[in-house]
Design a protein. Structure first.
Length: 90
């Protein structure tokens, strides 16, 4: 169901599908595909997707590691009161 909703542009479903690919829950684990879904969600201002994308950049999961880009995504999520992003920013 996440896939159907994600394909229809629902940001929360896109983010949740990113989590599924990141962790290998019900699908073959793939950081690269997780990044794609996180990015779709993040581009729609989904704070959890932005934080997830920040995590990928910070930890070199599916993208080239970039602390600067990670901080950018964490800031966007933190600006929406995402507690995980706020913690990651210190």
């Amino acid at each position: 169901w996440y896939r159907r909703a994600a394909d229809q542009g629902h940001a929360k479903a896109q983010c949740n599908l990113g989590v599924c690919y990141f962790k290998g829950l019900g699908v073959e684990q793939s950081y690269e595909i997780a990044v794609e879904w996180y990015r779709h969600a993040a581009d729609q201002d989904n704070a959890k997707g932005q934080c997830g994308l920040g995590d990928c950049y910070y930890n070199n999961h599916g993208v080239e590691q970039s602390y600067e880009v990670a901080v950018e995504w964490y800031r966007r999520a933190a600006d929406q009161d995402n507690a995980d992003a706020q913690i990651n920013l210190g």
